[in-house]
Design a protein around this ligand. Structure first.
Ligand code: ZN
Length: 228
């Protein structure tokens, strides 16, 4: 082979190597991106399960003003759902109407836990209202399962966002190891007790559209901070 031909062959080989490497690199990059997307979907990073407590014949706590906890839970949850969806987050609700998921309270809780475990969301937020024998007690309280570091982080953020609603709200998030929903779930779950139906002033606020929106905004801001 003459020198010129050798040089031409060398150049052709080098070009071929460059093209192959570039394509392989591109394919690798695409495959990494696909993996990242699938990974994000698999971990449910943008999926939240909302669980409005009680429903149907189970009214939950009855307020000093006769307000039923189940109704307030649903109203606040639907407001949270709307705000989250506006922010591009997928939401699954354990109930959207005034119903119980099964005949007994135990079966109802089992059904809720089943949904939470099957959907594998980034976070489950169970919405409830509190009650206490001393009518002066008020303010939000967030619970998390004792052994879940993720739920503890979420609870801390949510409690802090809810405390911003009123300077007198200074409660800290609380660990719990006995609530069925916290114990039986394989995903991070927090229970948000928005306020006390045993406190006259708070019971009135909790049935108002305005305060429900304030609570919903605080919860959504907490959820967004947690998942980001
Ligand atoms: Zn409740």
């Amino acid at each position: 082979m003459c020198r010129k031909m050798k040089a031409a062959v060398m150049i052709a080989v080098m070009i071929a190597v460059i093209v192959i490497c570039r394509d392989a690199g591109k394919r690798l990059k695409e495959s990494i991106m696909e993996t990242a997307e699938t990974g994000a979907e698999a971990s449910g990073s943008c999926l939240i399960v909302l669980d409005p407590g009680h429903g149907g014949i189970d009214a939950g706590k009855i307020g000093i003003n006769n307000a039923e906890e189940k109704q307030i839970n649903l109203e606040i949850s639907l407001k949270i759902k709307k705000l989250l969806e506006d922010g591009g987050i997928t939401v699954i609700m354990t109930r959207t109407e005034d119903n119980r998921l099964a005949d007994t309270q135990k079966q109802d809780l089992m059904e809720r836990v089943k949904i939470m475990n099957e959907e594998q969301p980034a976070l489950v937020v169970s919405i409830h209202q509190n009650s206490y024998q001393e009518s002066g007690v008020r303010g939000p309280q967030v619970f998390y399962y004792t052994d879940s570091a993720e739920a503890e982080t979420a609870a801390e953020i949510l409690q802090s966002e809810l405390n911003k609603m009123d300077p007198s709200y200074t409660r800290k998030e609380k660990a719990n190891s006995s609530y069925y929903i916290l114990k039986q779930t394989e995903v991070p779950v927090v229970i948000v007790e928005c306020g006390f139906l045993s406190n006259a002033e708070e019971a009135e606020k909790l049935i108002s559209e305005e305060y429900q929106n304030t609570v919903a905004n605080a919860v959504v801001s907490g959820i967004e901070k947690y998942i980001n």
